[in-house]
Design a protein around this ligand. Sequence first.
Ligand code: HAM
Length: 451
Amino acid sequence: MIQKQKGCNDIYGKDAKIWKYIDSVIDAVMEKYNYTYIRTPLIEATELFHRTIGTSTDIVTKETYDFTDRGGRKITLRPEGTAGVVRSFIENKMYGDASLPLKVYYNGTMYRYERPQSGRDRELTQFGMEILGSDDPLCDAEIISLAVNIYQMLGLKEIKVNINSLGDDASRLKYREELIKYFKPHINDLCEDCKERLEKNPLRILDCKVDAENPLLKNAPKTLDYLNEESRDRFEKVQEYLDIFQVKYEINPNIVRGLDYYNHTVFEIEAKVSGFGSNNVLGGGGRYNGLCKQLGGPDTPCIGFACGIGRLKTALELEKVKLPITETIDLFLLYVNDEEKKYAAYLSQELRLAGFIVDTEYNNRSLKAQFKQADRLQAKYTAVLNSTDLNNNEIKIKNNKTKEEEIISLDAIIYYLDEKLNTNLDDEDECGCEDECCTDDHCDKNCHCHH
Ligand code: HAM
Protein backbone atom coordinates (compact mmCIF):
# COMPACT_ATOMS: atom_id res chain seq x y z
CA MET A 1 0.00 0.00 0.00
CA ILE A 2 1.33 3.42 -0.90
CA GLN A 3 1.37 5.60 2.21
CA LYS A 4 1.51 9.34 2.73
CA GLN A 5 4.90 10.93 3.25
CA LYS A 6 6.28 11.37 6.78
CA GLY A 7 5.14 14.57 8.44
CA CYS A 8 2.21 15.02 6.04
CA ASN A 9 -1.48 14.74 6.91
CA ASP A 10 -4.71 13.74 5.18
CA ILE A 11 -7.43 16.07 6.39
CA TYR A 12 -10.97 14.83 5.93
CA GLY A 13 -14.33 14.34 7.63
CA LYS A 14 -14.91 16.43 10.76
CA ASP A 15 -11.28 17.64 10.75
CA ALA A 16 -11.83 19.11 7.29
CA LYS A 17 -14.96 20.89 8.52
CA ILE A 18 -13.01 22.39 11.43
CA TRP A 19 -10.25 23.40 9.05
CA LYS A 20 -12.72 25.14 6.72
CA TYR A 21 -14.33 26.87 9.70
CA ILE A 22 -10.95 28.18 10.86
CA ASP A 23 -10.34 29.46 7.31
CA SER A 24 -13.70 31.22 7.31
CA VAL A 25 -12.93 33.01 10.60
CA ILE A 26 -9.53 34.06 9.26
CA ASP A 27 -11.15 35.46 6.09
CA ALA A 28 -13.81 37.31 8.08
CA VAL A 29 -11.38 38.90 10.54
CA MET A 30 -8.90 39.86 7.81
CA GLU A 31 -11.68 41.57 5.91
CA LYS A 32 -12.58 43.69 8.95
CA TYR A 33 -8.97 44.85 9.23
CA ASN A 34 -8.94 45.52 5.47
CA TYR A 35 -6.25 43.00 4.44
CA THR A 36 -6.54 41.62 0.92
CA TYR A 37 -5.81 38.02 0.02
CA ILE A 38 -2.58 37.22 -1.82
CA ARG A 39 -1.64 33.90 -3.39
CA THR A 40 1.95 33.35 -4.41
CA PRO A 41 3.49 30.18 -5.90
CA LEU A 42 4.45 27.13 -3.85
CA ILE A 43 7.70 26.91 -5.77
CA GLU A 44 10.23 29.72 -5.86
CA ALA A 45 13.85 30.10 -6.93
CA THR A 46 16.03 28.56 -4.18
CA GLU A 47 17.97 31.82 -4.02
CA LEU A 48 14.91 33.66 -2.67
CA PHE A 49 15.06 31.80 0.62
CA HIS A 50 18.83 31.81 0.89
CA ARG A 51 18.78 35.58 0.58
CA THR A 52 15.82 36.24 2.86
CA ILE A 53 15.61 33.70 5.66
CA GLY A 54 19.41 33.77 6.03
CA THR A 55 21.99 31.16 5.09
CA SER A 56 22.66 30.21 8.70
CA THR A 57 19.08 29.49 9.76
CA ASP A 58 18.09 25.87 10.28
CA ILE A 59 15.36 26.24 7.70
CA VAL A 60 17.77 27.01 4.89
CA THR A 61 20.67 24.82 5.96
CA LYS A 62 18.67 21.69 6.72
CA GLU A 63 14.97 22.07 6.24
CA THR A 64 14.10 23.18 2.72
CA TYR A 65 12.89 20.86 -0.01
CA ASP A 66 15.23 21.76 -2.84
CA PHE A 67 15.35 20.25 -6.31
CA THR A 68 16.54 20.99 -9.79
CA ASP A 69 13.72 21.02 -12.33
CA ARG A 70 13.86 19.59 -15.84
CA GLY A 71 15.12 22.93 -17.14
CA GLY A 72 18.06 22.88 -14.70
CA ARG A 73 16.60 25.61 -12.44
CA LYS A 74 17.21 25.41 -8.70
CA ILE A 75 13.79 25.36 -7.08
CA THR A 76 12.63 25.29 -3.45
CA LEU A 77 9.23 24.43 -2.04
CA ARG A 78 8.41 27.49 0.06
CA PRO A 79 9.11 26.95 3.77
CA GLU A 80 7.24 30.13 4.73
CA GLY A 81 5.17 32.87 3.10
CA THR A 82 6.94 36.16 3.79
CA ALA A 83 9.74 35.86 1.23
CA GLY A 84 7.29 35.08 -1.60
CA VAL A 85 5.09 38.03 -0.67
CA VAL A 86 8.05 40.41 -0.72
CA ARG A 87 9.25 38.98 -4.04
CA SER A 88 5.78 39.51 -5.48
CA PHE A 89 5.61 43.05 -4.04
CA ILE A 90 8.83 43.92 -5.86
CA GLU A 91 8.17 42.00 -9.09
CA ASN A 92 4.67 43.46 -9.51
CA LYS A 93 5.87 46.94 -8.50
CA MET A 94 3.21 47.14 -5.83
CA TYR A 95 5.45 49.65 -4.08
CA GLY A 96 4.36 52.18 -6.71
CA ASP A 97 0.78 52.10 -5.45
CA ALA A 98 -0.20 55.37 -3.80
CA SER A 99 -2.33 53.55 -1.26
CA LEU A 100 0.61 52.05 0.65
CA PRO A 101 0.93 50.44 3.09
CA LEU A 102 -0.13 47.25 1.39
CA LYS A 103 -1.92 44.97 3.84
CA VAL A 104 -2.11 41.36 2.61
CA TYR A 105 -2.82 37.92 4.02
CA TYR A 106 -2.27 34.37 2.80
CA ASN A 107 -3.26 30.88 3.79
CA GLY A 108 -1.40 27.99 2.23
CA THR A 109 0.90 25.02 2.34
CA MET A 110 4.56 25.32 3.31
CA TYR A 111 7.24 22.60 3.38
CA ARG A 112 10.00 22.09 5.91
CA TYR A 113 12.16 18.97 6.01
CA GLU A 114 11.98 18.66 9.81
CA ARG A 115 12.09 15.65 12.08
CA PRO A 116 8.35 14.99 12.29
CA GLN A 117 6.85 15.06 15.79
CA SER A 118 3.69 16.40 17.36
CA GLY A 119 3.23 20.01 16.19
CA ARG A 120 6.10 19.74 13.74
CA ASP A 121 5.14 18.62 10.25
CA ARG A 122 6.94 18.48 6.94
CA GLU A 123 3.88 19.72 5.09
CA LEU A 124 2.27 22.48 7.14
CA THR A 125 -0.39 25.07 6.50
CA GLN A 126 0.21 28.63 7.61
CA PHE A 127 -1.97 31.65 7.49
CA GLY A 128 -0.10 34.88 7.72
CA MET A 129 -0.33 38.58 7.10
CA GLU A 130 2.11 41.28 6.13
CA ILE A 131 2.04 45.07 6.08
CA LEU A 132 4.45 46.42 3.46
CA GLY A 133 5.34 50.09 3.29
CA SER A 134 5.00 51.48 6.80
CA ASP A 135 7.32 51.85 9.76
CA ASP A 136 4.53 53.12 12.00
CA PRO A 137 4.57 51.34 15.41
CA LEU A 138 0.77 51.28 15.08
CA CYS A 139 1.27 48.59 12.39
CA ASP A 140 3.31 46.43 14.80
CA ALA A 141 0.54 46.64 17.38
CA GLU A 142 -2.19 46.08 14.78
CA ILE A 143 -0.59 42.87 13.52
CA ILE A 144 -0.26 41.51 17.07
CA SER A 145 -3.80 42.51 17.96
CA LEU A 146 -5.13 41.04 14.71
CA ALA A 147 -3.49 37.69 15.47
CA VAL A 148 -4.93 37.74 18.99
CA ASN A 149 -8.33 38.69 17.61
CA ILE A 150 -8.37 35.66 15.30
CA TYR A 151 -7.53 33.34 18.20
CA GLN A 152 -10.22 34.95 20.33
CA MET A 153 -12.86 34.83 17.58
CA LEU A 154 -12.18 31.11 17.35
CA GLY A 155 -12.77 30.81 21.08
CA LEU A 156 -9.20 30.28 22.34
CA LYS A 157 -8.65 31.73 25.79
CA GLU A 158 -5.39 30.30 27.03
CA ILE A 159 -2.88 32.19 24.95
CA LYS A 160 0.09 34.32 25.88
CA VAL A 161 1.63 37.08 23.80
CA ASN A 162 5.41 37.48 24.20
CA ILE A 163 7.01 40.55 22.67
CA ASN A 164 10.57 41.76 22.39
CA SER A 165 12.60 44.22 20.37
CA LEU A 166 15.84 43.53 18.54
CA GLY A 167 16.19 47.24 17.82
CA ASP A 168 17.49 48.86 14.66
CA ASP A 169 20.58 47.68 12.76
CA ALA A 170 22.98 49.57 15.06
CA SER A 171 21.41 48.14 18.24
CA ARG A 172 21.30 44.66 16.77
CA LEU A 173 24.95 44.84 15.72
CA LYS A 174 26.02 45.95 19.18
CA TYR A 175 24.02 43.18 20.78
CA ARG A 176 25.44 40.62 18.34
CA GLU A 177 29.00 41.56 19.32
CA GLU A 178 28.10 41.34 23.00
CA LEU A 179 26.62 37.87 22.53
CA ILE A 180 29.73 36.59 20.73
CA LYS A 181 31.87 37.96 23.55
CA TYR A 182 29.62 36.26 26.12
CA PHE A 183 29.40 32.83 24.48
CA LYS A 184 32.96 32.51 23.12
CA PRO A 185 34.63 31.34 26.38
CA HIS A 186 31.85 28.71 26.81
CA ILE A 187 31.77 27.43 23.26
CA ASN A 188 32.37 23.84 24.34
CA ASP A 189 29.22 23.89 26.47
CA LEU A 190 27.07 24.53 23.40
CA CYS A 191 25.53 21.99 21.01
CA GLU A 192 27.22 21.36 17.66
CA ASP A 193 24.76 23.60 15.77
CA CYS A 194 25.24 26.47 18.23
CA LYS A 195 29.02 26.22 17.90
CA GLU A 196 28.52 27.00 14.23
CA ARG A 197 25.96 29.72 14.96
CA LEU A 198 28.35 31.62 17.21
CA GLU A 199 30.06 33.55 14.43
CA LYS A 200 27.36 33.38 11.77
CA ASN A 201 24.22 34.22 13.75
CA PRO A 202 24.70 34.24 17.54
CA LEU A 203 21.10 35.38 18.13
CA ARG A 204 19.95 31.98 16.94
CA ILE A 205 21.75 30.36 19.90
CA LEU A 206 19.10 31.90 22.15
CA ASP A 207 16.43 30.20 20.07
CA CYS A 208 18.10 26.76 20.16
CA LYS A 209 15.84 23.84 21.03
CA VAL A 210 18.72 21.58 22.10
CA ASP A 211 20.33 24.09 24.45
CA ALA A 212 17.01 25.52 25.67
CA GLU A 213 17.60 24.51 29.31
CA ASN A 214 21.27 25.47 29.39
CA PRO A 215 21.70 28.17 32.12
CA LEU A 216 24.24 29.80 29.84
CA LEU A 217 21.35 30.80 27.57
CA LYS A 218 19.17 32.02 30.40
CA ASN A 219 21.91 34.30 31.74
CA ALA A 220 22.92 35.64 28.34
CA PRO A 221 22.81 39.41 27.68
CA LYS A 222 19.32 40.64 26.84
CA THR A 223 18.46 42.52 23.63
CA LEU A 224 16.60 45.25 25.48
CA ASP A 225 19.77 46.34 27.30
CA TYR A 226 21.40 47.12 23.95
CA LEU A 227 18.64 49.17 22.31
CA ASN A 228 19.60 52.71 21.40
CA GLU A 229 17.24 55.49 22.41
CA GLU A 230 15.38 55.59 19.12
CA SER A 231 14.72 51.85 19.18
CA ARG A 232 13.64 52.00 22.82
CA ASP A 233 11.18 54.84 22.08
CA ARG A 234 9.80 52.92 19.16
CA PHE A 235 9.27 49.80 21.28
CA GLU A 236 7.47 51.88 23.90
CA LYS A 237 5.09 53.24 21.26
CA VAL A 238 4.28 49.69 20.15
CA GLN A 239 3.37 48.89 23.76
CA GLU A 240 1.22 52.02 24.06
CA TYR A 241 -0.81 50.96 21.03
CA LEU A 242 -1.08 47.41 22.34
CA ASP A 243 -2.55 48.88 25.54
CA ILE A 244 -5.02 50.89 23.46
CA PHE A 245 -6.00 47.66 21.65
CA GLN A 246 -6.31 46.06 25.11
CA VAL A 247 -3.94 43.26 24.16
CA LYS A 248 -2.32 41.61 27.16
CA TYR A 249 1.36 40.87 26.55
CA GLU A 250 4.59 40.12 28.32
CA ILE A 251 8.01 41.44 27.40
CA ASN A 252 10.13 38.36 26.93
CA PRO A 253 13.78 39.11 26.11
CA ASN A 254 14.34 35.51 24.98
CA ILE A 255 12.20 35.95 21.88
CA VAL A 256 14.71 36.42 19.07
CA ARG A 257 12.96 34.35 16.32
CA GLY A 258 14.52 31.76 14.07
CA LEU A 259 14.71 33.66 10.80
CA ASP A 260 17.44 36.17 10.00
CA TYR A 261 15.37 38.97 8.60
CA TYR A 262 13.97 40.56 11.76
CA ASN A 263 14.66 43.89 13.43
CA HIS A 264 12.74 45.99 16.00
CA THR A 265 9.54 44.26 17.18
CA VAL A 266 9.53 40.45 17.35
CA PHE A 267 6.77 38.43 18.98
CA GLU A 268 5.38 34.96 19.51
CA ILE A 269 1.99 33.78 20.67
CA GLU A 270 1.99 30.69 22.87
CA ALA A 271 -0.77 28.23 23.69
CA LYS A 272 -0.92 27.89 27.47
CA VAL A 273 -3.34 24.96 27.55
CA SER A 274 -1.79 21.87 29.15
CA GLY A 275 -0.93 18.91 26.98
CA PHE A 276 0.54 20.92 24.15
CA GLY A 277 4.12 19.80 24.60
CA SER A 278 7.16 21.77 23.60
CA ASN A 279 5.91 23.01 20.21
CA ASN A 280 3.42 25.31 21.86
CA VAL A 281 4.16 28.39 19.79
CA LEU A 282 0.98 29.05 17.85
CA GLY A 283 2.51 31.72 15.71
CA GLY A 284 5.16 34.37 15.47
CA GLY A 285 6.35 37.30 13.51
CA GLY A 286 8.06 40.61 13.58
CA ARG A 287 9.34 43.60 11.68
CA TYR A 288 11.69 43.09 8.75
CA ASN A 289 12.60 46.52 7.45
CA GLY A 290 15.70 45.45 5.52
CA LEU A 291 14.32 42.55 3.51
CA CYS A 292 12.74 44.33 0.56
CA LYS A 293 15.94 46.23 -0.23
CA GLN A 294 18.03 43.11 0.26
CA LEU A 295 15.92 41.47 -2.47
CA GLY A 296 16.58 44.29 -4.92
CA GLY A 297 13.42 46.31 -4.18
CA PRO A 298 13.08 49.78 -2.71
CA ASP A 299 13.80 50.37 0.96
CA THR A 300 10.42 49.37 2.40
CA PRO A 301 9.65 48.85 6.06
CA CYS A 302 7.48 45.77 6.67
CA ILE A 303 6.01 43.71 9.47
CA GLY A 304 4.14 40.39 9.53
CA PHE A 305 3.00 37.32 11.37
CA ALA A 306 2.30 33.66 10.56
CA CYS A 307 0.51 30.86 12.38
CA GLY A 308 0.49 27.12 11.77
CA ILE A 309 -3.13 26.05 11.36
CA GLY A 310 -2.36 22.49 12.55
CA ARG A 311 -1.11 23.80 15.90
CA LEU A 312 -4.05 26.17 16.13
CA LYS A 313 -6.45 23.26 15.61
CA THR A 314 -4.66 21.26 18.33
CA ALA A 315 -5.01 24.20 20.74
CA LEU A 316 -8.74 24.42 20.01
CA GLU A 317 -9.08 20.69 20.67
CA LEU A 318 -7.08 20.80 23.90
CA GLU A 319 -9.12 23.78 25.16
CA LYS A 320 -12.24 21.85 24.15
CA VAL A 321 -13.60 24.88 22.30
CA LYS A 322 -17.04 24.15 20.88
CA LEU A 323 -17.02 25.25 17.27
CA PRO A 324 -20.17 25.92 15.26
CA ILE A 325 -19.56 23.06 12.84
CA THR A 326 -22.58 21.66 11.02
CA GLU A 327 -22.51 17.90 11.27
CA THR A 328 -26.17 17.42 10.53
CA ILE A 329 -28.15 17.65 7.32
CA ASP A 330 -31.61 19.18 6.98
CA LEU A 331 -33.36 16.49 4.98
CA PHE A 332 -32.73 13.00 3.63
CA LEU A 333 -34.93 11.86 0.74
CA LEU A 334 -35.74 8.13 0.56
CA TYR A 335 -37.37 6.24 -2.30
CA VAL A 336 -38.10 2.74 -3.61
CA ASN A 337 -38.71 2.78 -7.37
CA ASP A 338 -37.06 4.51 -10.29
CA GLU A 339 -39.81 7.11 -10.77
CA GLU A 340 -39.47 8.14 -7.11
CA LYS A 341 -35.69 8.22 -7.48
CA LYS A 342 -36.03 10.69 -10.35
CA TYR A 343 -38.26 12.84 -8.19
CA ALA A 344 -35.69 12.62 -5.37
CA ALA A 345 -33.08 13.92 -7.79
CA TYR A 346 -35.36 16.79 -8.87
CA LEU A 347 -36.48 17.73 -5.35
CA SER A 348 -33.02 17.56 -3.78
CA GLN A 349 -31.79 19.99 -6.42
CA GLU A 350 -34.71 22.39 -5.82
CA LEU A 351 -34.21 22.36 -2.07
CA ARG A 352 -30.43 22.73 -2.27
CA LEU A 353 -30.88 25.75 -4.50
CA ALA A 354 -33.30 27.12 -1.91
CA GLY A 355 -30.54 26.85 0.69
CA PHE A 356 -31.17 23.58 2.54
CA ILE A 357 -28.64 20.80 3.14
CA VAL A 358 -30.21 17.82 1.41
CA ASP A 359 -29.00 14.34 0.60
CA THR A 360 -30.52 11.22 -0.88
CA GLU A 361 -29.84 7.54 -1.55
CA TYR A 362 -27.35 6.60 -4.30
CA ASN A 363 -26.94 2.85 -4.01
CA ASN A 364 -30.58 1.68 -4.37
CA ARG A 365 -30.52 0.13 -0.89
CA SER A 366 -33.59 -1.13 0.96
CA LEU A 367 -35.77 1.43 2.76
CA LYS A 368 -34.49 0.08 6.08
CA ALA A 369 -30.89 0.66 5.02
CA GLN A 370 -31.84 4.14 3.74
CA PHE A 371 -33.26 5.05 7.17
CA LYS A 372 -29.98 3.90 8.73
CA GLN A 373 -28.10 6.08 6.28
CA ALA A 374 -30.32 9.05 7.22
CA ASP A 375 -29.40 8.45 10.88
CA ARG A 376 -25.69 8.20 10.05
CA LEU A 377 -25.90 11.54 8.24
CA GLN A 378 -27.77 12.98 11.23
CA ALA A 379 -30.71 14.09 9.09
CA LYS A 380 -33.08 16.38 10.97
CA TYR A 381 -35.94 15.43 8.66
CA THR A 382 -36.60 12.47 6.37
CA ALA A 383 -39.14 12.08 3.60
CA VAL A 384 -40.05 8.83 1.85
CA LEU A 385 -41.01 9.73 -1.70
CA ASN A 386 -44.02 7.64 -2.45
CA SER A 387 -45.60 7.63 -5.96
CA THR A 388 -49.16 7.86 -4.63
CA ASP A 389 -48.38 10.90 -2.47
CA LEU A 390 -46.44 12.55 -5.28
CA ASN A 391 -49.37 12.08 -7.68
CA ASN A 392 -51.54 13.88 -5.10
CA ASN A 393 -48.92 16.67 -4.96
CA GLU A 394 -48.11 15.67 -1.37
CA ILE A 395 -45.11 14.56 0.62
CA LYS A 396 -44.83 12.88 4.02
CA ILE A 397 -42.10 14.46 6.17
CA LYS A 398 -40.83 13.01 9.42
CA ASN A 399 -38.98 14.78 12.19
CA ASN A 400 -36.19 12.29 12.71
CA LYS A 401 -35.82 13.14 16.38
CA THR A 402 -39.44 13.25 17.61
CA LYS A 403 -40.53 10.78 14.89
CA GLU A 404 -43.59 13.00 14.29
CA GLU A 405 -44.90 12.77 10.73
CA GLU A 406 -46.86 15.27 8.68
CA ILE A 407 -48.29 15.17 5.19
CA ILE A 408 -47.87 18.51 3.47
CA SER A 409 -48.45 19.93 0.03
CA LEU A 410 -45.36 19.67 -2.17
CA ASP A 411 -45.81 23.33 -3.04
CA ALA A 412 -45.31 24.25 0.63
CA ILE A 413 -42.15 22.24 1.30
CA ILE A 414 -39.74 25.18 1.23
CA TYR A 415 -41.94 27.24 3.53
CA TYR A 416 -42.41 24.21 5.82
CA LEU A 417 -38.70 23.41 6.15
CA ASP A 418 -37.83 27.07 6.52
CA GLU A 419 -40.22 27.40 9.44
CA LYS A 420 -39.31 24.11 11.10
CA LEU A 421 -35.57 24.53 10.75
CA ASN A 422 -35.79 28.19 11.61
CA THR A 423 -33.37 29.02 8.82
CA ASN A 424 -35.21 32.27 7.94
CA LEU A 425 -33.97 32.13 4.37
CA ASP A 426 -35.67 35.44 3.59
CA ASP A 427 -33.57 37.28 6.11
CA GLU A 428 -30.04 37.47 4.74
CA ASP A 429 -28.59 38.88 7.94
CA GLU A 430 -29.82 36.09 10.15
CA CYS A 431 -27.24 33.36 10.70
CA GLY A 432 -28.93 31.18 13.24
CA CYS A 433 -26.86 32.40 16.17
CA GLU A 434 -29.02 33.02 19.22
CA ASP A 435 -27.23 36.21 20.04
CA GLU A 436 -29.30 39.27 19.17
CA CYS A 437 -26.20 41.09 17.99
CA CYS A 438 -26.08 39.02 14.82
CA THR A 439 -28.54 41.29 13.07
CA ASP A 440 -26.53 44.33 13.95
CA ASP A 441 -24.11 45.38 11.19
CA HIS A 442 -21.77 46.82 13.77
CA CYS A 443 -21.78 43.83 16.04
CA ASP A 444 -18.54 43.55 17.94
CA LYS A 445 -19.32 40.59 20.15
CA ASN A 446 -17.39 37.36 19.79
CA CYS A 447 -20.49 35.46 18.77
CA HIS A 448 -18.88 33.39 16.00
CA CYS A 449 -21.35 34.62 13.42
CA HIS A 450 -19.11 37.07 11.55
CA HIS A 451 -21.99 38.97 9.99
P1 HAM B 1 7.87 30.80 11.82
O1 HAM B 1 8.04 31.08 13.27
O2 HAM B 1 8.95 30.06 11.14
O3 HAM B 1 7.63 32.19 11.13
O4 HAM B 1 6.53 30.01 11.61
C1 HAM B 1 5.29 30.54 12.06
C2 HAM B 1 4.40 29.43 12.61
O5 HAM B 1 4.26 28.39 11.66
C3 HAM B 1 4.95 28.72 13.83
O6 HAM B 1 4.73 29.46 15.00
C4 HAM B 1 4.14 27.45 13.82
O7 HAM B 1 2.82 27.66 14.29
C5 HAM B 1 4.04 27.16 12.33
N1 HAM B 1 5.08 26.19 11.95
C6 HAM B 1 6.35 26.43 11.60
N2 HAM B 1 7.00 25.28 11.31
C7 HAM B 1 6.09 24.29 11.50
C8 HAM B 1 6.12 22.87 11.35
N3 HAM B 1 7.21 22.23 10.93
N4 HAM B 1 5.01 22.17 11.61
C9 HAM B 1 3.87 22.80 12.02
N5 HAM B 1 3.77 24.13 12.17
C10 HAM B 1 4.87 24.87 11.91
C11 HAM B 1 7.45 32.37 9.79
O8 HAM B 1 7.19 31.49 9.03
C12 HAM B 1 7.50 33.83 9.35
N6 HAM B 1 7.28 33.85 7.90
C13 HAM B 1 6.47 34.64 10.09
C14 HAM B 1 6.46 36.06 9.64
C15 HAM B 1 5.57 36.63 8.79
N7 HAM B 1 7.34 36.98 9.96
C16 HAM B 1 7.04 38.09 9.34
N8 HAM B 1 5.98 37.89 8.62
